[in-house]
Design a protein around this ligand. Structure first.
Ligand code: ME8
Ligand code: MG
Length: 544
């Protein structure tokens, strides 16, 4: 491997079922990954961000049938909605996965053939109770307390079916060892524990149903990728979907080892994979890791799994059947992409669930963005225009102009921002997005406090205080410049708005390269710089 090459930061989301329209949970996950991707670009890293859609499987086939259109057509319509959502939310991905694509199909079939040739896949007969409505075999887990299958399963019949199985149980010991050796295989910790406990429960005996059924007879499902070694079957949707993480990153299944893969793949892999808590066990934590191990990915090349929590509604799970799905398009039209991004990133803690509420969205927006940050921008530019026609004087000795009377102790603006950027990066390195936003908003609150205590409007009336007023205006504009950089991963539009109004880096207006973390260093606005006029950035959301 060429170690000279700078490594690309590779980040993925789950891929989204195309059986129904995107909901706010999907918006959250896409934005979460987008923010982490943007932060790594802000650090100057090469980033490869992959997201997309899961287009095969029974759910999709059923929804298409219900809609009375062929699955391919149905999937096209829903896929477009996910593409539109990404666009509207300013989610900037590098590659879009669609599992019906030729390229993906070739990789899935290549891996299946390889595992089959290696004796990792075998054919077996399953006999048991089958729910016609849910189109699945039922196990004892599905039995109610009375020992019967509940009415939700509809008609139950005894069936015998031949299928192909992947020798999952054979890799259980490996997975146990891997998880015990790598403490951050899954973030947060408690999810790793959850996975570890689930792995422990996998029986070593494949007869007891511990191996993974990776086929579906075409007689009951044909919307899938055909098994390369038996045309009467398609592959199970999870086997297909999980493979997207490597098929769209340039993995070649015909090359046996990771070292023999094209450098375009090796430069990216392994990925940081953003997934919801529901798809950790067994899908990503067990199936996916074992699939990779079975195709010879070494332990050090296993992806890291970041399992996020869920947005609920009134403490209950959002679901189509309960009719409590929140439509992200409605929220974007009502509040704007930045407001939604801000709410989704600030009002949930890493790995935890949160309750969605329009009321909270409005509260957070009005207090943090309209009152704190927007107000700071407006006051600062107004005063700079009014007292200095927009022109800044860079103080020669910044340490004499300490920000005082603020909630934080510090020596000077330079030292203050140095510690803020340090804390901010520390939070983002461990995906604590909400904490990183708290840091940025805290700066705005401190600056507003600084204005209130310094009272520039009084200084403006006193010619002997001209130098002090210059210094204060400089501190405020420079603070805004740094705050814009800090919020740029979450609020890209607002960050550009602040830079535009500061009349800073105009040649890069609208481009992501405009922001860099190295640039979040105190004192870069030059002496004599002329700032623009204030334009309301975060107009208050009025509710009455
Ligand atoms: O599971 N809050 O697709 P999916 C937060 N196709 N996240 C949520 C959520 C909520 N209320 N609801 C769903 C699938 N998600 C498969 C994945 S990956 C190879 C295949 C998250 O559309 C969920 O946790 O049902 C998951 O990570 C993602 O949305 C896709 O859910
Ligand atoms: Mg918070």
């Amino acid at each position: 491997m060429n170690t000279e090459m700078p490594k690309t930061f590779f980040i993925t989301t789950a891929i989204y079922y195309t059986n129904s329209s995107p909901h706010v949970g999907h918006a959250y996950e896409m934005v979460l990954a987008d923010v982490i991707a943007r932060y790594h670009r802000l650090k100057g890293e090469n980033v490869f961000f992959l997201t997309g859609v899961d287009q095969h499987g029974q759910k999709v086939q059923q929804s298409a049938a219900k809609a009375g259109v062929p699955p391919a057509e149905f999937v096209k319509g829903i896929t477009q909605k996910f593409v539109d959502l990404g666009k509207k939310l300013d989610v900037q991905y590098d590659e879009w996965a669609e599992t019906t694509s030729k390229r993906h199909k070739r990789v899935v079939q290549g891996i299946l053939q390889r595992l089959f040739d290696a004796g990792q896949i075998y054919k077996d007969k399953q006999a048991g109770y089958y729910s016609v409505r849910q189109e699945q075999f039922l196990t004892d887990k599905e039995r109610g307390p009375d020992g019967e299958f509940g009415p939700e399963w509809g008609e139950i019949e005894f069936r015998e079916e031949e299928n192909y199985y992947f020798k999952l149980s054979q890799h259980k010991e490996w997975l146990v060892r891997y998880l015990d050796n790598r403490k951050d295989a899954v973030i947060p910790d408690f999810r790793q524990t959850e996975l570890r406990n689930a792995v422990e429960k996998i029986s070593d005996n494949r007869q007891s149903g511990s191996d993974l059924c990776i086929s579906r007879p075409k007689s009951r499902l044909d919307w899938g990728i055909e098994l390369p070694f038996d045309k009467d079957f398609v592959t199970y949707v999870w086997f297909d979907a999980l493979t997207n993480y490597i098929s769209f990153a340039g993995y070649d299944p015909s090359l046996p080892t990771l070292n023999s893969q094209p450098s375009s793949f090796r430069d990216k892999w392994p990925a940081l994979q953003i997934i919801g808590k529901d798809v950790l066990v067994p899908a990503h934590g067990i199936y996916w890791l074992i699939m990779l191990h079975a195709i010879c990915f070494p332990d050090v090349q296993m992806p890291q799994l970041l399992a996020h929590g869920w947005w609920n509604l009134g403490g209950a799970k959002m679901s189509k059947s309960a009719g409590n799905i929140i439509d992200p398009f409605v929220l974007i039209d009502k509040y704007g992409a930045d407001a939604l991004r801000y709410y989704l990133m600030s009002d949930i803690a890493r790995g935890k669930d949160a309750d969605f509420s329009d009321q909270r969205l409005i509260e957070r927006y009005n207090s943090d963005l309209a009152n704190s940050l927007g107000n700071l921008l407006n006051r600062t530019l107004n005063m700079t225009q009014q007292y200095r026609h927009g022109s800044l004087k860079r103080p020669s000795d910044p340490t004499t102009l300490a920000l005082t009377n603020t909630p934080v102790e510090f020596e000077s603006a330079a030292a203050f921002f140095k510690s803020v950027v340090f804390g901010y990066s520390g939070s983002l390195e461990v995906f604590d997005i909400d904490a990183s936003l708290d840091d940025a908003i805290m700066c705005a609150i401190s600056c507003n406090g600084f204005i209130d205590s310094e009272k520039p409007w009084l200084l403006a009336k006193d010619v002997t205080q001209a130098g002090r007023l210059d210094g204060i205006l400089y501190i405020l504009c420079e603070s805004l410049r740094i705050i814009a950089i800090l919020i740029s991963p979450v609020l890209p539009k607002a960050a550009h708005g602040i830079f535009d109004q500061l009349n800073w880096k105009m040649e890069l207006s609208g481009k992501e390269e405009r922001f860099s973390l190295a640039d979040a260093e105190w004192g870069r606005l030059p002496d004599g710089h002329v700032v623009g006029k204030p334009v309301p950035l975060f107009p208050r959301i009025e509710t009455s």
